[in-house]
Design a protein around this ligand. Sequence first.
Ligand SMILES: [Zn+2]
Ligand SMILES: [Zn+2]
Length: 342
Amino acid sequence: MKALRLYATRDLRVAELPKPEPGPGEALIRVRAVGVCGSDVHYYVDGHIGDAVANFPFTLGHEFAGEIAALGPGAEGPPIGTPVAVDPAIACGKCEICLEGDPNCCPNVRFPGSAPVEGSLAEYYAHPAELCVPLPPSMDFADGAMLEPLGVTVHALSLAKIRPGNTISILGAGPIGLMTLQVALGSAGAVYVTEPISERRELAAELGATAVCDPGVDDPVAWLLDQTDGRGVDIAIELAWGADAVGQAVQMARPAGKVVVVGIPREDVVTFPAGNARRKGLSILMSRRMKLVYPQAIRLVERGVVDLRRLLTHRFPLERAAEAFDLVAGFKDGVIKAMIDL
Ligand SMILES: [Zn+2]
Ligand SMILES: [Zn+2]
């Protein structure tokens, strides 16, 4: 089978690998669509995410959908031929953390495309059958692949315990920022968005953001406080993957408000004004992947709460996948979500 392998930073090539065999409990998936995620791009550009280091050559990819091609011994999952989205994280299900109901924080978790586990940018991928979620007829494989970032969105908003009428700021209008905007708009009182890239800012405004800010022009904290008559927002959600954004989110939150940190900063260090956070008694929540949220995510897509296709700006065949990574790494050509079709 063909797979897209990372041989060194910024060196992606299509390689021929043996087709995997589904093990006990696993489904073999004929992969049809893989989304390029900011976390894949961290490996592509830097060779690591924080302290997770890729051993080259290495296959990236974790946002994927396809068809069930075979089932391993004892596998309980959708029958062969079923189009499925794949919930990528394999928690152990046995440790104290899993049994407490927090499998997203399982210390034994295995995650495709996160070193040392090989990713899904390949024609076939073996994965636990129970993590393959059948797609409704209204959703195609690219929609299915985007359930992964939408799942991250659902988890982050669940963590924030958003209440009807809450005011929210979103720092960063990439794919997850724009999904968060769409879901939050269903119940929020106002959603303010800061984003440096003009195409993303424009889309945020089109999708219904209360107001948008270009942090290259206006100081985002001063702008937000001005928008809210100095009060700040109930919940500030950091999705910018940049070192400054957590500090800005802290300064945007109202007294006793919440900050949810979703992005992964390149330098693996964030700082924020401690006095501001302490005086306001903020709750700062680190969002870790997701729990069992694909069913909710599918309902949000089917009801039209989230329009995934507005976010899908670029598609490439496997042979041209490196172009997709360069596009996403460079924020070029108005890219929001780039998809690789296999
Ligand atoms: Zn992702
Ligand atoms: Zn566990």
